[in-house]
Design a protein. Structure first.
Length: 411
């Protein structure tokens, strides 16, 4: 009998964790395969292609004209005309446009970084609930094995006249509950696995192995609220968009200044046939200078005002995001602290119920008494193990969320 009791206690101490893949490994897979994240990077690349478009000069203009009725001049009839001209915007206009496009592209990159960080958080939010369900499955399987060992003990005690049939029936009832709970937990695993696989852009039924995370020994350090607003990609994006608005305002103002055009006209002149003239038939080359006169000012004023309003909008959005980040920081930190305390509590509860189980097991082995209390204490211990697994999953998910709130990559 003592052999059975020893086996049951040993089973309770066994860890059912498997060596699976870490969240960081899944982060890498998600970063490489997730279509939403790839789309964000394509947006950034597309924004970069705007830079050479806005910073280049307009195409030169080439025109050709043929005189159906030649224009007679002293040197001969003008037969054809070829013109080439190039317009130049006001000094600094192209640089301002280039700055605006570059800053907007940089903002797109910050948007990509934020999307990557959010994806990492989503992966963690799918990973740790899957860990919890798998751990609960292991705990329930452990419970079934322990109850079966208790049933053997109760049966032997019944044969030796130390207990009644009620003890055996109690174990049977609890075994049926545990078996049903295990089936339910296995059913819960599929949607969680599908969710994680789809974030990784993999087939929904592809096997997923999770690694049991280590319980925290101390409260996490390094998440300082002072640095929260200094590096978050969402704030960086809005600041870059505001700076892009400044450059657009400068470009709009310079667009309202005159444009200078430089050109060259070439006129083909035929030779005179009616008389001899010096330089007869000499072609004409005429340099040209032109200047636009931007007298219709409403469109330029509207463009400047639009750029200013955009800057104000981005500044207000940045303030709103900063306020939300501070609120979210406090909320997440509260969750981390709460789950840390619960993990510590459940660790102590597991140790104390383990000690109580040893005492109750010894008493039942000697006298056949306290079997009901032994079963109750066993279920109490398994409950605390489940609660610890849940608290650890919540804690790790909160840490991943904090990294997202802080604007960190998590890898």
């Amino acid at each position: 009998m003592r052999k059975y009791i020893f086996i049951s206690i040993l089973l309770m101490a066994v860890s059912f964790g498997t060596q699976g893949q870490t969240p960081e490994e899944y982060f890498r897979v998600a970063a490489e395969n997730n279509p939403g994240l790839q789309a964000k990077y394509k947006d950034f690349e597309a924004a970069m292609e705007r830079v050479p478009q806005v910073s280049s000069l307009d195409d030169p203009t080439l025109s050709f004209g043929y005189f159906i009725s030649p224009v007679e001049t002293r040197l001969g009839p003008q037969e054809a005309k070829l013109s080439l001209s190039q317009m130049f915007p006001w000094f600094g206009t192209l640089k301002a446009r280039e700055d605006a496009a570059t800053l907007a592209a940089d903002a797109k990159y910050q948007e990509f970084l934020d999307a990557r960080n959010k994806l990492y958080y989503e992966v963690a939010k799918a990973y740790y609930p899957l860990y919890k369900v798998k751990q609960w499955q292991a705990i329930e399987q452990q419970n079934i094995q322990i109850l079966e060992s208790y049933k053997n003990i109760a049966t032997r005690n019944l044969e030796n006249g130390k207990s009644s049939m009620v003890d055996v029936l109690r174990v049977d009832i609890m075994l049926k509950d545990a078996t049903t709970n295990l089936k339910i937990l296995k059913d819960k695993e599929k949607p969680l696995r599908t969710r994680l696989n789809k974030l990784l852009n993999r087939p929904q039924d592809e096997p997923v192995e999770v690694q049991n995370p280590d319980a925290p020994e101390t409260m996490p350090a390094g998440y300082h609220r002072d640095s929260l607003l200094a590096r978050h990609p969402r704030l960086q994006k809005l600041e870059l968009m505001r700076q892009s608005g400044e450059a657009k305002e400068k470009a709009a103002r310079k667009s309202g200044y005159p444009k200078l055009g430089i050109g060259l006209d070439y006129v083909a002149v035929g030779e005179r046939t009616d008389m001899n003239v010096d330089n007869s038939g000499r072609d004409v080359i005429m340099p040209m200078v032109s200047l636009t006169i931007p007298i219709f000012r409403n469109k330029y004023k509207a463009a400047i005002k639009e750029a200013r309003l955009k800057q104000e909008s981005y500044a207000l959005q940045k303030e709103e995001v900063a306020n939300n980040l501070v609120s979210e920081y406090e909320d997440v930190w509260s969750t981390i602290s709460e789950q840390y305390d619960l993990i510590e509590l459940y660790d102590n509860q597991i140790k104390e119920t383990q000690q109580a189980l040893k005492l109750l097991s010894t008493a039942y082995a000697n006298s056949g008494n306290e079997f009901e209390e032994l079963l109750r204490m066993q279920q109490e211990r398994l409950k605390y193990k489940k609660q610890k697994a849940e608290a650890l999953a919540e804690y790790k998910t909160a840490i991943a969320r904090m990294e997202y709130v802080m604007g960190e990559s998590g890898d």
